[in-house]
Design a protein around this ligand. Sequence first.
Ligand SMILES: NC(=O)c1ccc[n+]([C@@H]2O[C@H](COP(=O)([O-])OP(=O)(O)OC[C@H]3O[C@@H](n4cnc5c(N)ncnc54)[C@H](O)[C@@H]3O)[C@@H](O)[C@H]2O)c1
Length: 339
Amino acid sequence: MARVLVTGGAGYVGSVCSSCLLERGHQVTVVDDLSTGHAAAVPPGAVFHHLDIGNRLELAKVLNGDRFDAVFHFAAKALIPESVSNPGIFFDQNVASGIALLEAVRAAGIGRFVFSSSAAVYGNPEKTPIEENQNLHPVNSYGETKVALERALYWYSAAYGWTVVAFRYFNACGATATIGENHRPETHIIPLLLQTGAGDRPFFEIYGSDYPTPDGSCLRDYVHVLDIAEAHMLALELPARASFSAYNIGTGISYSVRQICHVVEEEIGIKLNLRNGPRRPGDPAVLCANPGKLMREFGWRPRSSDLPTIVRTAWEWKKNNPRGYCSPREAESVVPSCR
Ligand SMILES: NC(=O)c1ccc[n+]([C@@H]2O[C@H](COP(=O)([O-])OP(=O)(O)OC[C@H]3O[C@@H](n4cnc5c(N)ncnc54)[C@H](O)[C@@H]3O)[C@@H](O)[C@H]2O)c1
């Protein structure tokens, strides 16, 4: 049994990982400022602290209040368009507050750290499928902040003997029976398509129809959130040694935006109102992981990441939670973002 501090455990991926940890008998303490997360997503059984990781004083109290074996660090700002228009807040939250966390972790003597990095570190990939040793050329400040924290973690592992794993997720998606994707604003394709199917949105816009891909729309690698959680469980079992390792989490198979639209229509049985829009600046034509390193070194396999399973689980969650995590009272417009 391990005691794990989970930052961002009220968010989408962090809450699913917290739930998996608890199911396997580990102890979970969540630190989250609820800036984009939801208290209702924190699984029962986890200790919850409503706290900004940049609050050094309060964070130190949490870390000194227990003896943790590992930190899973999900907390971050992650909206790419916002990272382009407002990089300052991304460097403040993801890097400055990230370093505050690392220092608190160091002071508490914890030596195992798992970091949620992103495929955004690669920018426009030099070749696909992408391997971890490609040069990192992020094309937005979000990706740049992920590179910065990866680099800091490399030096922490070298100096303090930490066992560090940086997971570079591709497109996280899907849901469990109790936890689903509920970002506000939502920018991810599957929840947007499901919102369109449910009538919450009048149409879904496909950004770009003239990419050099078979149907002209972008290709992406989609990985079920439970498969991401499984990689985190395996990282907890790595032998302790001073090391920094980065791993892609993706399936190695990419699907076009149009293919996703088609699978969603099939799975939910509703014809969607789709519109063609212009390309979005900075969107590469193809992003596809080579997950070989994670498979070889961890024995990881994507078990839930076939598209129908991804869409079906996300749709089930959407049907059971039509307004996401909003309580009925919030849905009556007390919380503007629930409207
Ligand atoms: N969802 C994806 O497809 C994807 C892909 C690549 C990488 N990632 C990374 O995975 C992590 C989780 O992503 P997600 O989709 O679950 O996002 P999310 O927004 O649902 O979760 C992030 C959580 O962190 C919390 N948080 C943010 N800043 C904080 C701070 N300063 N102090 C305390 N809590 C804070 C938020 O309230 C939220 O609960 C992020 O680091 C993100 O960059 C996600």
